[in-house]
Design a binder for this molecule. Structure first.
Ligand SMILES: [Zn+2]
Length: 458
Protein backbone atom coordinates (compact mmCIF):
# COMPACT_ATOMS: atom_id res chain seq x y z
CA UNK A 1 0.00 0.00 0.00
CA UNK A 2 2.81 2.30 1.00
CA UNK A 3 4.64 1.46 -2.16
CA UNK A 4 1.59 2.25 -4.26
CA UNK A 5 1.10 5.53 -2.47
CA UNK A 6 4.73 6.42 -3.04
CA UNK A 7 4.46 5.53 -6.68
CA UNK A 8 1.31 7.50 -7.15
CA UNK A 9 2.97 10.44 -5.39
CA UNK A 10 5.94 10.24 -7.80
CA UNK A 11 3.55 9.99 -10.73
CA UNK A 12 1.68 13.06 -9.57
CA UNK A 13 4.92 14.98 -9.40
CA UNK A 14 5.83 13.76 -12.88
CA UNK A 15 2.46 14.78 -14.27
CA UNK A 16 2.75 18.17 -12.64
CA UNK A 17 6.21 18.62 -14.12
CA UNK A 18 4.93 17.56 -17.52
CA UNK A 19 2.03 19.98 -17.38
CA UNK A 20 4.32 22.74 -16.14
CA UNK A 21 6.73 22.02 -18.97
CA UNK A 22 3.92 22.04 -21.49
CA UNK A 23 2.52 25.28 -20.14
CA UNK A 24 5.99 26.81 -20.27
CA UNK A 25 6.49 25.66 -23.85
CA UNK A 26 3.05 26.94 -24.86
CA UNK A 27 3.80 30.31 -23.30
CA UNK A 28 7.16 30.47 -25.04
CA UNK A 29 5.58 29.41 -28.29
CA UNK A 30 2.80 31.94 -27.99
CA UNK A 31 5.22 34.73 -27.35
CA UNK A 32 8.02 33.76 -29.70
CA UNK A 33 6.62 31.60 -32.48
CA UNK A 34 6.35 34.45 -34.90
CA UNK A 35 9.95 35.40 -34.25
CA UNK A 36 11.14 31.79 -34.62
CA UNK A 37 9.33 31.25 -37.88
CA UNK A 38 10.31 34.59 -39.34
CA UNK A 39 13.83 34.64 -38.01
CA UNK A 40 16.27 35.15 -40.87
CA UNK A 41 17.62 31.67 -40.13
CA UNK A 42 14.25 30.04 -40.73
CA UNK A 43 14.36 27.96 -43.90
CA UNK A 44 10.60 28.26 -44.31
CA UNK A 45 10.75 31.93 -45.06
CA UNK A 46 14.27 32.87 -46.00
CA UNK A 47 16.84 31.62 -48.44
CA UNK A 48 20.13 33.48 -48.80
CA UNK A 49 18.78 36.11 -46.38
CA UNK A 50 15.83 36.84 -48.61
CA UNK A 51 12.16 36.47 -47.88
CA UNK A 52 10.78 33.70 -50.05
CA UNK A 53 7.07 34.12 -49.82
CA UNK A 54 4.66 36.92 -50.64
CA UNK A 55 3.99 39.49 -53.33
CA UNK A 56 4.24 43.30 -53.49
CA UNK A 57 2.08 45.20 -55.98
CA UNK A 58 1.42 48.83 -56.88
CA UNK A 59 -1.94 50.60 -56.34
CA UNK A 60 -3.44 48.97 -59.43
CA UNK A 61 -2.26 45.43 -58.72
CA UNK A 62 0.78 45.62 -61.02
CA UNK A 63 3.40 43.17 -59.77
CA UNK A 64 6.44 44.91 -58.29
CA UNK A 65 8.02 41.95 -56.53
CA UNK A 66 7.17 38.24 -56.28
CA UNK A 67 9.18 36.58 -53.51
CA UNK A 68 9.12 32.82 -54.07
CA UNK A 69 11.22 29.77 -53.23
CA UNK A 70 13.12 29.86 -56.48
CA UNK A 71 13.99 33.57 -56.21
CA UNK A 72 12.71 37.07 -56.64
CA UNK A 73 10.87 38.28 -59.71
CA UNK A 74 10.59 42.05 -60.24
CA UNK A 75 8.21 44.04 -62.45
CA UNK A 76 8.28 43.21 -66.14
CA UNK A 77 9.03 46.80 -67.20
CA UNK A 78 12.58 48.00 -66.67
CA UNK A 79 11.53 51.58 -65.81
CA UNK A 80 9.18 50.27 -63.11
CA UNK A 81 11.93 48.06 -61.68
CA UNK A 82 14.29 51.03 -61.52
CA UNK A 83 11.69 53.38 -60.09
CA UNK A 84 10.43 51.12 -57.30
CA UNK A 85 13.55 49.25 -56.12
CA UNK A 86 14.29 51.81 -53.39
CA UNK A 87 11.05 50.81 -51.65
CA UNK A 88 11.09 47.05 -52.12
CA UNK A 89 14.80 46.26 -51.92
CA UNK A 90 17.38 44.61 -54.16
CA UNK A 91 18.60 41.01 -54.32
CA UNK A 92 22.06 41.87 -52.99
CA UNK A 93 20.81 43.48 -49.79
CA UNK A 94 22.35 46.86 -50.59
CA UNK A 95 18.91 48.49 -50.59
CA UNK A 96 16.50 47.56 -47.81
CA UNK A 97 12.90 46.59 -48.43
CA UNK A 98 11.70 49.59 -46.45
CA UNK A 99 8.02 48.76 -46.75
CA UNK A 100 8.41 45.25 -45.28
CA UNK A 101 9.30 45.33 -41.57
CA UNK A 102 6.00 46.69 -40.26
CA UNK A 103 3.93 44.06 -42.08
CA UNK A 104 6.07 40.89 -42.13
CA UNK A 105 3.36 38.67 -40.68
CA UNK A 106 0.74 39.64 -43.22
CA UNK A 107 3.12 39.27 -46.15
CA UNK A 108 4.52 35.95 -45.01
CA UNK A 109 1.13 34.47 -44.36
CA UNK A 110 1.79 33.45 -40.78
CA UNK A 111 -0.45 33.20 -37.76
CA UNK A 112 -0.14 31.51 -34.39
CA UNK A 113 -2.73 28.74 -34.79
CA UNK A 114 -2.01 27.77 -38.37
CA UNK A 115 1.69 28.53 -38.69
CA UNK A 116 2.92 29.36 -42.15
CA UNK A 117 -0.35 28.24 -43.68
CA UNK A 118 0.12 30.01 -46.96
CA UNK A 119 3.69 28.89 -47.41
CA UNK A 120 4.65 26.44 -50.12
CA UNK A 121 3.43 25.70 -53.61
CA UNK A 122 0.33 23.76 -52.57
CA UNK A 123 -0.79 26.12 -49.87
CA UNK A 124 -0.36 29.35 -51.79
CA UNK A 125 2.30 31.95 -52.32
CA UNK A 126 2.10 34.04 -49.17
CA UNK A 127 0.37 37.33 -48.59
CA UNK A 128 -0.04 40.36 -50.83
CA UNK A 129 1.16 43.83 -49.96
CA UNK A 130 -0.36 46.62 -52.05
CA UNK A 131 1.51 49.91 -52.14
CA UNK A 132 -0.10 53.30 -52.76
CA UNK A 133 2.44 53.99 -55.52
CA UNK A 134 1.42 54.00 -59.16
CA UNK A 135 3.99 52.12 -61.22
CA UNK A 136 2.99 54.17 -64.29
CA UNK A 137 3.59 57.38 -62.40
CA UNK A 138 6.91 56.10 -61.06
CA UNK A 139 8.04 55.44 -64.63
CA UNK A 140 6.92 58.91 -65.79
CA UNK A 141 8.75 60.62 -62.91
CA UNK A 142 11.90 58.58 -63.52
CA UNK A 143 11.92 59.59 -67.18
CA UNK A 144 11.22 63.24 -66.29
CA UNK A 145 14.22 63.30 -63.94
CA UNK A 146 16.41 61.96 -66.75
CA UNK A 147 20.08 61.82 -65.78
CA UNK A 148 19.66 64.11 -62.78
CA UNK A 149 20.07 62.93 -59.22
CA UNK A 150 17.25 63.84 -56.89
CA UNK A 151 13.70 62.99 -55.95
CA UNK A 152 10.17 63.58 -57.21
CA UNK A 153 7.19 62.85 -55.00
CA UNK A 154 3.44 63.42 -55.03
CA UNK A 155 0.89 62.49 -52.37
CA UNK A 156 -2.81 62.89 -51.73
CA UNK A 157 -3.07 65.39 -48.87
CA UNK A 158 -6.63 64.32 -48.03
CA UNK A 159 -5.95 60.57 -47.76
CA UNK A 160 -2.19 60.41 -47.20
CA UNK A 161 -1.52 58.02 -50.11
CA UNK A 162 1.89 58.52 -51.70
CA UNK A 163 1.22 58.14 -55.42
CA UNK A 164 4.74 58.77 -56.58
CA UNK A 165 8.13 58.83 -54.85
CA UNK A 166 11.10 58.31 -57.11
CA UNK A 167 14.75 58.63 -56.15
CA UNK A 168 17.75 58.76 -58.48
CA UNK A 169 20.34 57.58 -59.30
CA UNK A 170 18.88 54.10 -59.50
CA UNK A 171 19.51 51.03 -61.64
CA UNK A 172 17.83 47.91 -62.93
CA UNK A 173 17.90 45.18 -60.24
CA UNK A 174 17.74 42.58 -63.02
CA UNK A 175 20.90 43.99 -64.64
CA UNK A 176 23.04 45.43 -61.84
CA UNK A 177 25.67 47.78 -63.29
CA UNK A 178 29.23 48.27 -62.06
CA UNK A 179 28.30 50.79 -59.36
CA UNK A 180 31.75 51.02 -57.80
CA UNK A 181 33.26 51.50 -61.24
CA UNK A 182 31.23 54.67 -61.90
CA UNK A 183 31.13 56.54 -58.57
CA UNK A 184 30.06 59.84 -60.11
CA UNK A 185 27.04 58.49 -61.92
CA UNK A 186 26.00 56.23 -59.04
CA UNK A 187 26.77 58.58 -56.14
CA UNK A 188 24.39 57.64 -53.32
CA UNK A 189 22.67 55.02 -55.50
CA UNK A 190 21.67 52.92 -52.49
CA UNK A 191 19.98 55.86 -50.78
CA UNK A 192 16.30 56.72 -50.92
CA UNK A 193 16.62 60.49 -51.24
CA UNK A 194 12.93 61.12 -50.59
CA UNK A 195 13.34 59.62 -47.12
CA UNK A 196 16.98 59.86 -46.20
CA UNK A 197 18.18 63.17 -47.60
CA UNK A 198 17.98 66.76 -46.40
CA UNK A 199 18.40 69.50 -48.98
CA UNK A 200 19.14 73.20 -48.74
CA UNK A 201 15.66 74.44 -49.68
CA UNK A 202 16.50 77.79 -51.25
CA UNK A 203 13.48 79.92 -52.07
CA UNK A 204 10.84 77.25 -51.48
CA UNK A 205 11.57 78.15 -47.84
CA UNK A 206 10.01 81.60 -48.49
CA UNK A 207 6.68 79.80 -48.02
CA UNK A 208 7.70 79.19 -44.39
CA UNK A 209 8.84 82.80 -43.87
CA UNK A 210 5.67 84.11 -45.52
CA UNK A 211 3.38 81.94 -43.37
CA UNK A 212 5.31 82.89 -40.21
CA UNK A 213 4.89 86.60 -41.05
CA UNK A 214 1.17 86.18 -41.74
CA UNK A 215 0.70 84.38 -38.42
CA UNK A 216 2.79 86.78 -36.32
CA UNK A 217 2.48 90.26 -37.92
CA UNK A 218 -0.94 91.87 -38.18
CA UNK A 219 0.02 94.17 -41.02
CA UNK A 220 2.13 91.66 -42.99
CA UNK A 221 -0.03 91.78 -46.11
CA UNK A 222 0.16 95.58 -46.35
CA UNK A 223 3.96 95.76 -46.07
CA UNK A 224 5.90 97.26 -48.97
CA UNK A 225 9.50 96.57 -49.89
CA UNK A 226 11.98 98.37 -52.09
CA UNK A 227 14.63 96.09 -53.56
CA UNK A 228 17.86 97.67 -54.79
CA UNK A 229 19.41 94.26 -55.58
CA UNK A 230 21.34 94.15 -52.31
CA UNK A 231 20.29 94.15 -48.65
CA UNK A 232 22.38 94.54 -45.49
CA UNK A 233 25.39 96.65 -44.62
CA UNK A 234 28.28 94.32 -43.94
CA UNK A 235 29.83 91.07 -45.04
CA UNK A 236 27.83 88.78 -47.37
CA UNK A 237 24.82 91.02 -47.96
CA UNK A 238 21.68 89.34 -49.27
CA UNK A 239 21.36 89.92 -53.01
CA UNK A 240 18.90 89.57 -55.88
CA UNK A 241 20.01 88.99 -59.48
CA UNK A 242 18.52 92.38 -60.33
CA UNK A 243 16.78 95.17 -58.43
CA UNK A 244 13.07 94.36 -58.07
CA UNK A 245 12.15 97.92 -57.04
CA UNK A 246 9.03 98.67 -55.04
CA UNK A 247 6.81 95.64 -54.32
CA UNK A 248 3.95 94.46 -52.16
CA UNK A 249 4.55 91.30 -50.11
CA UNK A 250 2.58 89.31 -52.69
CA UNK A 251 4.70 90.66 -55.55
CA UNK A 252 7.90 90.09 -53.58
CA UNK A 253 6.86 86.45 -53.09
CA UNK A 254 6.13 85.98 -56.81
CA UNK A 255 9.39 87.75 -57.74
CA UNK A 256 11.15 85.58 -55.14
CA UNK A 257 12.83 88.76 -53.94
CA UNK A 258 15.60 87.79 -51.52
CA UNK A 259 16.02 91.34 -50.22
CA UNK A 260 12.33 91.71 -49.37
CA UNK A 261 12.21 88.38 -47.52
CA UNK A 262 15.41 89.15 -45.60
CA UNK A 263 13.84 92.46 -44.57
CA UNK A 264 10.60 90.68 -43.65
CA UNK A 265 12.57 88.33 -41.35
CA UNK A 266 14.41 91.30 -39.76
CA UNK A 267 11.07 92.92 -38.92
CA UNK A 268 9.61 89.65 -37.64
CA UNK A 269 12.70 88.76 -35.58
CA UNK A 270 14.72 85.56 -35.55
CA UNK A 271 13.09 84.10 -32.46
CA UNK A 272 9.64 84.45 -34.00
CA UNK A 273 10.76 82.86 -37.26
CA UNK A 274 12.31 79.95 -35.34
CA UNK A 275 9.13 79.55 -33.29
CA UNK A 276 7.08 79.13 -36.49
CA UNK A 277 9.64 76.86 -38.17
CA UNK A 278 9.06 74.58 -35.18
CA UNK A 279 5.29 75.02 -35.21
CA UNK A 280 5.10 74.21 -38.93
CA UNK A 281 7.23 71.09 -38.23
CA UNK A 282 9.28 71.71 -41.39
CA UNK A 283 12.48 70.37 -39.84
CA UNK A 284 10.81 67.41 -38.09
CA UNK A 285 11.09 63.92 -39.55
CA UNK A 286 7.86 62.24 -40.63
CA UNK A 287 7.10 58.62 -39.76
CA UNK A 288 4.87 56.13 -41.56
CA UNK A 289 4.75 52.35 -42.07
CA UNK A 290 7.64 51.82 -39.68
CA UNK A 291 9.84 54.27 -41.61
CA UNK A 292 11.21 57.53 -40.16
CA UNK A 293 12.68 60.14 -42.48
CA UNK A 294 15.74 62.33 -42.02
CA UNK A 295 15.40 65.57 -40.05
CA UNK A 296 15.86 69.04 -41.46
CA UNK A 297 17.72 71.92 -39.86
CA UNK A 298 17.19 75.57 -38.96
CA UNK A 299 19.69 77.51 -36.83
CA UNK A 300 18.72 80.73 -35.16
CA UNK A 301 21.36 83.40 -35.70
CA UNK A 302 20.40 86.79 -34.39
CA UNK A 303 22.91 88.60 -36.62
CA UNK A 304 20.50 90.22 -39.02
CA UNK A 305 22.26 89.38 -42.27
CA UNK A 306 22.63 85.70 -41.34
CA UNK A 307 18.98 85.67 -40.31
CA UNK A 308 18.19 87.15 -43.73
CA UNK A 309 19.93 84.24 -45.45
CA UNK A 310 18.08 81.76 -43.20
CA UNK A 311 14.75 83.34 -44.15
CA UNK A 312 15.36 82.64 -47.85
CA UNK A 313 16.32 78.99 -47.35
CA UNK A 314 20.10 79.35 -47.33
CA UNK A 315 22.57 79.56 -44.40
CA UNK A 316 22.32 76.15 -42.64
CA UNK A 317 18.68 75.49 -43.59
CA UNK A 318 17.88 71.91 -44.58
CA UNK A 319 14.58 70.20 -45.35
CA UNK A 320 13.73 66.55 -45.89
CA UNK A 321 11.65 66.08 -49.08
CA UNK A 322 8.95 63.92 -47.42
CA UNK A 323 8.53 66.47 -44.63
CA UNK A 324 8.31 69.43 -46.98
CA UNK A 325 5.79 67.63 -49.18
CA UNK A 326 3.67 67.07 -46.06
CA UNK A 327 3.99 70.76 -45.18
CA UNK A 328 2.74 71.59 -48.69
CA UNK A 329 -0.22 69.31 -47.98
CA UNK A 330 -0.96 71.25 -44.79
CA UNK A 331 -0.98 74.60 -46.63
CA UNK A 332 -3.24 73.08 -49.31
CA UNK A 333 -5.62 71.56 -46.78
CA UNK A 334 -6.38 74.48 -44.48
CA UNK A 335 -3.38 74.10 -42.17
CA UNK A 336 -3.59 70.37 -41.49
CA UNK A 337 -2.63 67.52 -43.80
CA UNK A 338 -3.21 63.80 -43.87
CA UNK A 339 -0.03 61.96 -42.86
CA UNK A 340 1.66 60.31 -45.82
CA UNK A 341 1.87 56.53 -46.11
CA UNK A 342 2.93 54.00 -48.73
CA UNK A 343 1.41 50.64 -47.70
CA UNK A 344 -2.29 50.52 -48.59
CA UNK A 345 -2.89 46.97 -47.44
CA UNK A 346 -1.10 43.78 -46.52
CA UNK A 347 -3.08 40.58 -46.27
CA UNK A 348 -2.68 36.85 -46.57
CA UNK A 349 -6.42 36.28 -46.66
CA UNK A 350 -6.62 35.71 -42.89
CA UNK A 351 -4.57 38.41 -41.23
CA UNK A 352 -4.98 41.78 -42.79
CA UNK A 353 -3.72 45.31 -42.48
CA UNK A 354 -5.64 48.12 -44.13
CA UNK A 355 -4.32 51.69 -44.04
CA UNK A 356 -6.46 54.32 -42.31
CA UNK A 357 -6.40 58.04 -42.93
CA UNK A 358 -4.68 59.88 -40.09
CA UNK A 359 -4.18 63.60 -39.78
CA UNK A 360 -1.17 65.46 -38.44
CA UNK A 361 -1.39 68.38 -36.03
CA UNK A 362 -2.80 71.65 -37.37
CA UNK A 363 0.33 73.68 -38.11
CA UNK A 364 -1.21 77.04 -39.04
CA UNK A 365 -4.58 78.76 -39.08
CA UNK A 366 -6.88 78.14 -42.02
CA UNK A 367 -6.80 81.91 -42.73
CA UNK A 368 -3.01 81.90 -43.04
CA UNK A 369 -3.11 78.77 -45.21
CA UNK A 370 -5.68 80.44 -47.50
CA UNK A 371 -3.50 83.53 -48.00
CA UNK A 372 -0.40 81.42 -48.66
CA UNK A 373 -2.40 79.46 -51.27
CA UNK A 374 -3.40 82.75 -52.96
CA UNK A 375 0.20 83.95 -53.05
CA UNK A 376 1.45 80.63 -54.45
CA UNK A 377 -1.31 80.67 -57.08
CA UNK A 378 -0.40 84.25 -57.98
CA UNK A 379 3.22 83.14 -58.51
CA UNK A 380 2.10 80.34 -60.87
CA UNK A 381 -0.23 82.62 -62.84
CA UNK A 382 2.15 85.55 -63.10
CA UNK A 383 5.62 84.01 -63.12
CA UNK A 384 5.73 80.29 -63.86
CA UNK A 385 2.83 79.94 -66.31
CA UNK A 386 -0.45 78.20 -65.43
CA UNK A 387 -0.48 76.63 -68.91
CA UNK A 388 2.23 74.18 -67.80
CA UNK A 389 -0.53 72.43 -65.87
CA UNK A 390 -3.59 72.07 -68.11
CA UNK A 391 -6.76 71.22 -66.20
CA UNK A 392 -5.09 71.65 -62.82
CA UNK A 393 -5.10 74.59 -60.42
CA UNK A 394 -1.49 74.49 -59.26
CA UNK A 395 -0.04 76.65 -56.48
CA UNK A 396 3.74 76.51 -56.20
CA UNK A 397 7.09 78.06 -55.41
CA UNK A 398 10.42 77.57 -57.10
CA UNK A 399 13.78 77.46 -55.37
CA UNK A 400 17.35 77.60 -56.56
CA UNK A 401 19.49 76.46 -53.68
CA UNK A 402 23.12 77.46 -53.73
CA UNK A 403 25.53 74.89 -52.42
CA UNK A 404 28.46 76.05 -50.35
CA UNK A 405 31.63 76.39 -52.34
CA UNK A 406 30.11 75.03 -55.52
CA UNK A 407 28.95 76.77 -58.65
CA UNK A 408 26.09 74.39 -59.37
CA UNK A 409 22.75 74.83 -57.59
CA UNK A 410 19.97 72.48 -56.68
CA UNK A 411 16.66 73.12 -58.42
CA UNK A 412 13.66 72.88 -56.12
CA UNK A 413 9.94 73.09 -56.84
CA UNK A 414 7.22 72.58 -54.23
CA UNK A 415 3.48 73.04 -54.23
CA UNK A 416 0.07 71.48 -54.59
CA UNK A 417 -3.12 71.27 -56.62
CA UNK A 418 -6.25 72.84 -55.11
CA UNK A 419 -8.90 71.12 -57.28
CA UNK A 420 -11.27 68.95 -55.24
CA UNK A 421 -10.73 65.91 -57.53
CA UNK A 422 -6.93 66.21 -57.42
CA UNK A 423 -5.80 66.84 -53.83
CA UNK A 424 -2.11 66.47 -54.61
CA UNK A 425 0.94 67.98 -52.92
CA UNK A 426 4.36 67.59 -54.47
CA UNK A 427 8.09 68.15 -54.00
CA UNK A 428 10.80 68.10 -56.64
CA UNK A 429 14.51 68.25 -55.74
CA UNK A 430 17.01 68.14 -58.60
CA UNK A 431 20.68 68.10 -57.63
CA UNK A 432 22.84 70.39 -59.77
CA UNK A 433 19.65 71.16 -61.68
CA UNK A 434 20.30 74.91 -61.88
CA UNK A 435 17.23 77.11 -61.71
CA UNK A 436 14.13 75.76 -60.00
CA UNK A 437 11.93 77.31 -62.65
CA UNK A 438 13.71 75.96 -65.72
CA UNK A 439 14.36 72.44 -64.37
CA UNK A 440 11.62 71.86 -61.80
CA UNK A 441 8.57 73.13 -63.68
CA UNK A 442 8.88 70.82 -66.74
CA UNK A 443 9.26 67.81 -64.43
CA UNK A 444 6.23 68.88 -62.37
CA UNK A 445 4.26 69.44 -65.57
CA UNK A 446 4.87 65.87 -66.80
CA UNK A 447 4.30 64.20 -63.44
CA UNK A 448 1.17 66.15 -62.44
CA UNK A 449 -0.37 65.65 -65.89
CA UNK A 450 0.20 61.89 -65.51
CA UNK A 451 -1.30 62.04 -61.97
CA UNK A 452 -4.41 63.70 -63.37
CA UNK A 453 -4.81 60.99 -66.02
CA UNK A 454 -4.45 58.24 -63.42
CA UNK A 455 -6.96 59.83 -61.03
CA UNK A 456 -9.37 60.48 -63.92
CA UNK A 457 -9.36 56.75 -64.73
CA UNK A 458 -10.25 55.70 -61.18
ZN1 LIG B 1 14.79 91.63 -54.96
Amino acid sequence: MNRIARRSGALTILVILLIAGFVFFLAEYTMNAADWVMHPGSPHVYANDQIRTGVITDREGVLLLDMQEDGWTYASQEAVRQATMHWIGDRQGMIDALVMPAYYEEVLGYDFLNGLYSYGKDAGTGGVMALTLSSRLQAVALEALGDYKGTVAVYNYKTGQILCAVTTPTYDPDHVPDIDGDPVRYEGAYMNRFLQSAYTPGSIFKIVTLAAALESMEDAQSLEFTCTGSWGEGESPVTCESAHGKQSLKQAFANSCNCAFAELARQMGGKTLLEYVEKFQVTEPVSFDGITTASGNFDLDEYYITLGWSAIGQHTDLVNPATYMTFMGAVANGGRAAKPYIVESASDGKNGYQAQISYGDPVMSSETAAIVRQYMRYAVENKYGADHFPGLTVCAKTGTAEKDGERASNAMFAGFVTDEEYPLAFIICVEDGGYGASTGIPIASKVLTACKEILDQQ
